[in-house]
Design a protein around this ligand. Structure first.
Ligand SMILES: [Zn+2]
Length: 786
């Protein structure tokens, strides 16, 4: 564990009675020296008590605080130390370490049934219920004196950011009037956690729409509306405060799933790092000045949202959703000891996720051999389909649910250890942001070795169809080729994709082109050729907002390039801390290094713009970076506008026709009731006469609940859709009658206490003929947990 922060600094940062606060309200400063000594002594005692209390409560942190810099630090041996600058008494200057800060969170859970899940590109993975609601979490950082210098970093529980979603958010912000006109193309970053278990059909381009049968307005609108609400909440809560950064190593939450490609990177470069994935979590803490309480944290850690497997069909936010849920719940329950404000928001943002996997036990052949998959291509006996990554609880046949919770818990524990530590670096300096669209269909630039190179129109290589050990065998239309495809969407669009010409083949070499998506424009653009280049800066903390999934080494190179360039742009006494967040803004699939591209595993095959893709991103980023300088004036060029396909997108997704309770039944009626008594640890479940949950998404509300009976016989809700252990499942019983069943199950093994309970179901039915939607609810019998 690191040394505690010097006590004087801690006090001056976190107390409303800081010198800065005194100066602002005109208090005399001549006694400052004596006051400092007194404050220092008192704080030293205070800090010792807090630290000993933390150690007593949690034990010494098991995470390795000593080696995190191997991932993060590019000073070649220079340690990043605490950068507090002494403030000189009596100076009435603006405090460069004070910011306008705000956090907000809102529900974005779209249709949880009868819609394809986004991520695995598996047509048969269609939603059947809800395990955990999805959220947008918004973090605003701004200059207190200059309203134009502000950014919003958003973390959505979605597979990625997206052009359609981002356009919807930006339009929504505009419609909110002049107060919100500060939030623009330039400073709004829409990132996804890269969960593979959320509803799909909200993306701007055609390729990811194929498996979801097109675009679904309800799915799209739920995300846009919730994202907007999270920004409104963050904006309405804006307050003066400080931002500080900490980090920790999380050893056991990710491994590399594409090691053979990683090993193609130069040995000398690999030798600079202790691991073949980044194991550092970097965290920002937001502390308000009014009472010194923390309003939220935002962290970056690279691990795929593929703990929940492609064979499970219940909506959840995968491991980062679990991590955020556990930390927010913990903080809410222990707000006093943790110095947290009510409404504390925890953002777990994705990082250079490309070749990472949460299936940390490795990838094995499920063909009876039990051997490890082939290193070169992750196959078993020449096939991809039998190779599967194993999470910590592989083998339970639970769709990865328990492994997902465990990988989420490990990230939560990592974030908690940073949050509970006293080792934070103060963030100080200007707030800046930049955003430009750049056309990567033919972006020409000079490499550092002097050669002039170009990118190419987007294309997918053969290995894209093979998938990964997290989800082998993507896109059934490829497997069915040349026979009749089973996907009706492919029947509509399949003939519209043109083969690549010689120039494109040469440009993309050595990628064998499977889908020439960048040159496919019919019925509308299949994949983005125009990419978002965006970078945000608060003081010495710089966030690269990546539209694609950068691999481990790609992220390191990109961060290092920005770090080295930024050193000249920010004050020398505050070395830059650079993170990479994404996939964001528009989904541009993968970004590998040139060496990894030549291997053409899944990640290389999905690197859209040819071998120089990564260097093009780096080159474009560095070109615009001077717009982040303290003295920068003007903004980076807007660039070409990407196509907006929201209104032209095909949809073969049918709406709800009607519901019916079934003959002799009523909605909400209990079909299979709970038992009278369960032991703690059992799974309690009840089945109700249901209706289609797409009739009402119950945003900011719940489909399922558990209520506990108090001593005075009143009922209090103790579990709802936000809780991992409460599962809502919907099943169509009879299409003609419109009847369906809803099963609500409560896993009492995750910390349930003894008592008397009942289960509630909240539904909405659509009447045949009139189409009128009517709310109803159901209540199970009473049961005891003993
Ligand atoms: Zn991915």
């Amino acid at each position: 564990m690191d040394k505690p922060t010097p006590p004087l600094v801690l006090k001056s940062r976190h107390s409303p009675d800081s010198q800065a606060a005194r100066i602002r309200r005109g208090a005399p400063v001549h006694n400052m020296a004596r006051l400092h000594v007194a404050v220092a002594l008192a704080t030293a005692v205070f800090v010792s008590v807090i630290i000993s209390q933390l150690v007593y409560s949690f034990g010494f942190p098991q995470l390795d605080f000593w080696h995190w810099q191997s991932d993060q630090d590019f000073h070649h041996g220079t340690e990043q130390t605490h950068l507090y600058k002494g403030k000189q008494s009596g100076e009435l200057v603006e405090d460069p370490s004070q910011y306008l800060i705000g956090v907000g969170k809102a529900d974005i859970t779209g249709p949880v049934v009868e819609l394809n899940l986004m991520g695995y590109a598996n047509t048969s993975q269609v939603g059947t219920g809800l395990r955990q609601r999805l959220y947008s979490r918004a973090f605003i950082v701004g200059s207190p004196s200059d309203t134009t210098e502000r950014f919003v970093y958003m973390v959505l529980d979605t597979q990625s950011g997206d052009t359609a979603i981002r356009n919807g958010i930006l339009e929504g912000l505009q419609s909110l009037g002049s107060e919100y006109s500060v939030y623009t193309q330039k400073n709004v970053a829409v990132t996804g956690t890269h969960s593979h278990s959320g509803p799909g059909a909200w993306l701007n381009y055609l390729l990811p729409q194929i498996t979801s049968l097109g675009f679904d307005k309800q799915s799209y609108q739920a995300i846009v509306d919730g994202a907007l609400l999270s920004i409104i909440r963050a904006h309405e809560g804006l307050t003066i405060g400080t931002v500080s950064s900490g980090s920790a190593r999380i050893a056991d939450a990710n491994i590399n799933r594409s090691l053979y490609a990683y090993l193609a990177n130069p040995a000398a470069e690999r030798a600079r790092y202790t691991d073949n994935v980044d194991k550092t979590m970097t965290l920002l803490k937001f502390t308000r000045l009014s009472d010194g309480k923390d309003i939220g944290i935002l962290n970056w850690f690279a691990v795929h949202g593929t703990s929940l497997l492609g064979n499970q069909t219940v909506i959840a936010a995968d491991n980062k959703g679990v991590a955020a849920y556990l930390l927010e719940k913990d903080v809410a329950a222990n707000a006093d000891t943790l110095n947290a404000a009510p409404g504390f928001v925890a953002g777990f943002s994705q990082a250079n996720v490309g070749d990472t996997t949460p299936n940390v036990n490795g990838a094995y052949c499920e063909d009876g051999s039990g051997s490890e998959c082939k290193l070169e291509d992750s196959t078993c006996g020449g096939k991809s389909q039998d190779c599967h990554g194993r999470g910590p609880f592989f083998g339970l046949d639970d769709g990865g649910v328990k492994s997902c919770y465990e990988i989420g818990k490990r990230q939560y524990e990592g974030a908690k250890s940073i949050y509970g530590s006293s080792s934070f670096t103060e963030i100080t300096g200007k707030v800046r942001s930049l955003h430009s669209f750049v056309d990567f269909s033919n972006y020409t630039f000079t490499l550092t070795n002097g050669s002039v190179v170009s990118t190419c129109p987007a294309a997918m290589g053969n290995s894209f169809a093979a998938g990964t050990s997290d989800g082998p065998g993507a896109f059934d239309f490829v497997q069915n080729d040349p026979g009749a495809p089973s996907n009706p969407f492919w029947n509509v669009v399949g003939s519209a994709i043109s083969p690549p010409d010689e120039t494109q083949k040469k440009c993309q070499w050595p990628k064998p082109i499977l889908l020439n998506v960048g040159q496919a424009k019919v019925p509308y653009d299949w994949s983005p050729n125009i990419v978002d280049i965006q970078v945000l800066r608060v003081g010495q903390f710089i966030i690269i907002v990546s539209p694609g999934e950068a691999t481990t080494m790609s992220g390191r190179r990109w961060r290092e390039a920005v770090h080295n360039a930024a050193t000249k742009l920010v004050a020398v006494e505050t070395p830059p801390i650079v993170v990479l967040g994404g996939p964001a803004n528009s989904y541009t699939h993968y970004i590998t290094t040139e060496e990894e591209y030549f291997i053409q595993r899944y990640e290389g095959a999905s690197t859209l713009y040819g071998p120089h893709t990564l260097n093009a991103y780096i080159n474009a980023t560095l070109g615009f970076l001077p717009f982040l300088a303290d003295a920068a004036t003007g903004t980076s060029p807007a660039g070409p506008t990407p196509p907006d396909n929201r209104e032209k997108s095909i949809s073969l997704i049918n709406g709800v026709v009607y519901d019916g309770p079934g003959i002799g039944k009523s909605y909400g009626q209990v079909q299979t009731d709970v038992k009278a008594t369960y032991a703690v640890g059992a799974i309690v479940s009840a089945v109700f006469v249901g209706a289609n949950p797409r009739n009402n998404l119950h945003l900011e509300s719940t489909f399922a609940a558990v209520e506990k009976r108090g001593d005075d016989a009143t009922w209090t809700r103790v579990k709802d859709d936000t809780d991992w252990e409460l599962l809502y499942e919907w099943k169509r019983v009879d299409g003609l009658l419109g009847s369906s069943d809803v099963t609500i199950s409560w896993d009492t093994g995750l910390g349930a206490s003894k008592g008397t309970y009942r289960i509630k179901y909240y539904g909405d039915a659509k009447a045949a003929g009139t189409g009128t939607i009517t709310a109803f609810n159901g209540t199970s019998g009473v049961f005891s947990l003993v």
